[in-house]
Design a protein around this ligand. Structure first.
Ligand code: HPA
Length: 280
């Protein structure tokens, strides 16, 4: 059990349960770089700082706040929000990166919406578009489930046929169309970073079937699958990937574009949450 830090996550969960007065929602959202303004279009009810939660890693990336928040999206419908996440390139182990997912499981989360900033590989994509993730490639070179497995929690050899829930993908498409939010759909390839990719890497990733590239998400989704949490993934295409882009990459520009996209992302995600099936 040690490999997924289950005991530490149990203690963190107890802390969270004690410190939130509200009931814990059944849906969680992880906000990626620049997508933090989601909290401005919902009613924030309560917040806990990551630094106060036992064993919870700390968020160091520019544009990541480090708050665990409960907010109301509509009458009686609440969501648990992670404002900022942990990346493998920060030096965290895959188990630390996915620590919050184990906590989500223990808190009773059933649906998870993950978001990220990504570089567009598919030449049909444009900067500023949103992409529904319909599959992923884990090219990080590490895996959060490596190590001893506890069959009582999940299977040793986890199936990956549907890492992103078809039902949630259909719902996201329907709501996107209703709101007039144009969106793409495609495969996200997760790499370790922290460098941006070389031109040769992006060419190879395109041949492998990837539509967008980023440095997060895949570990979290694998762990959510392990706990049978339904996942929806949305990428904000903040730049075209190396070799497709005409200019060199800057993190500040990635965050600026993500901020510009943030408004339509937030409206979309809010409406998706309101229409989630079996929402309790
Ligand atoms: N590559 C990797 N991660 C990213 C990119 C990119 O081009 N853009 C935003 N996150």
């Amino acid at each position: 059990m040690d490999n997924i830090l289950f005991n530490e996550a149990t203690i963190a969960t107890e802390y969270i349960n004690q410190h939130f007065k509200e009931d814990i929602p059944t849906t969680a959202v992880i906000l990626g770089s620049g997508l933090g303004n989601f909290t401005q279009i919902v009613r924030v009810l309560e917040t806990i700082k990551y630094q106060d939660i036992p064993s919870f890693p700390q968020s160091h990336v520019v544009g990541h706040k480090g708050n665990l928040t409960i907010a109301e999206v509509a009458d009686g419908k609440t969501v648990l929000i992670m404002e900022g996440r942990f990346h493998y390139y920060e030096g965290y182990t895959p188990q630390q990166v996915t620590f919050p997912i184990t906590v989500f499981h223990l808190l009773g989360i059933k649906n998870l919406i993950v978001s990220n900033a990504a570089g567009g590989i598919n030449p049909k994509f444009n900067v500023g578009e949103l992409m529904i993730i319909n599959d992923h490639i884990n090219l990080v070179g590490a895996h959060p489930l490596r190590g001893k497995n506890n069959e009582h929690i999940g299977p040793r050899f986890l199936d990956q046929t549907e890492p992103y829930s078809y039902e949630l993908i259909d719902l996201a498409k329907k709501i996107g169309n209703e709101l007039g939010i144009p969106h793409q759909e495609g495969v996200y390839i997760g790499v370790s970073g922290p460098t941006y990719e070389s031109k040769a890497e992006i060419k190879a990733f395109g041949l492998m079937g990837a539509d967008a590239v980023g440095m997060s998400t895949v570990f979290e989704v694998i762990m959510a699958n392990y706990y049978k949490i339904n996942v929806l993934g949305i990428s904000s295409i903040t730049n075209m990937a190396t070799g497709i882009a005409k200019t060199k990459h800057e993190h500040s520009s990635v965050v600026n574009i993500a901020n510009m996209v943030s408004d339509k992302f937030s409206r979309w995600v809010k409406e998706i949450i309101i229409h989630l099936p079996n929402y309790t």
